[in-house]
Design a protein around this ligand. Structure first.
Ligand SMILES: [Zn+2]
Ligand SMILES: [Zn+2]
Length: 176
């Protein structure tokens, strides 16, 4: 399974192969490394949380850009229009039907990608959504996480001081 992530240091996109067994996600652009959490995977090696931020809020989508699907339909429409122009209406209908079928077939064939609401990390590979654990993007959840990230309910925003993170605060309290 492969993890694609945005580096919080340099904002570049990089990926880690075999993320189930990797200990750290290293950005090859700036060298920043982040620990990967093994507990994010269940006994079968399927993800149940994000290995980067351990957020349990993940959604699944097709690893298929909308642009590609749109291009197929537009091409089909253009071909159909050309057939129409030359008086071949049955060919025009066939071209339209073919483009719609091709689009539908691609949607069935393309694999799932599981995305973290919080850090936008993406997981790809067999078993990424085994048991259909994750659902499609939910606007409500997306909005809640966005508010949390902006600091409204205590979740440290990107770039916030590490002192604001919970574990440090409890460590200080027990030491005192
Ligand atoms: Zn980086
Ligand atoms: Zn995450």
């Amino acid at each position: 399974m492969e993890l694609t992530f945005e580096c919080p240091g340099c904002r570049m996109i990089d990926h880690t192969a075999e993320v189930e067994s990797a200990e750290r996600a290293v950005c090859r652009h700036c060298g920043a490394a982040r620990e990967l959490k093994a507990e994010a995977f269940d006994a079968e090696g399927s993800p149940r949380a994000c290995p980067l931020c351990v957020g349990g809020d993940l959604y699944v989508r097709k690893d298929f850009s909308t642009a590609v699907g749109l291009a197929i339909v537009i091409t089909g429409f253009a071909v159909a229009a050309a057939f129409w122009y030359y008086g071949r209406s049955s060919w025009a209908y066939s071209a339209l039907a073919a483009s719609v079928l091709l689009d539908a077939a691609l949607h069935r064939l393309v694999p799932d990608v599981v995305v973290c609401y919080r850090c936008a990390g993406q997981l790809r590979g067999p078993g990424v959504n085994s048991g259909r654990r994750f659902r499609a993007f939910d606007l409500g959840t997306g909005e809640r996480i966005r508010r949390e990230r902006s600091g409204a309910s205590g979740f440290p925003a990107l770039g916030a001081s590490p002192a604001a993170v919970e574990p440090d605060a409890t460590a200080d309290a027990s030491a005192a």
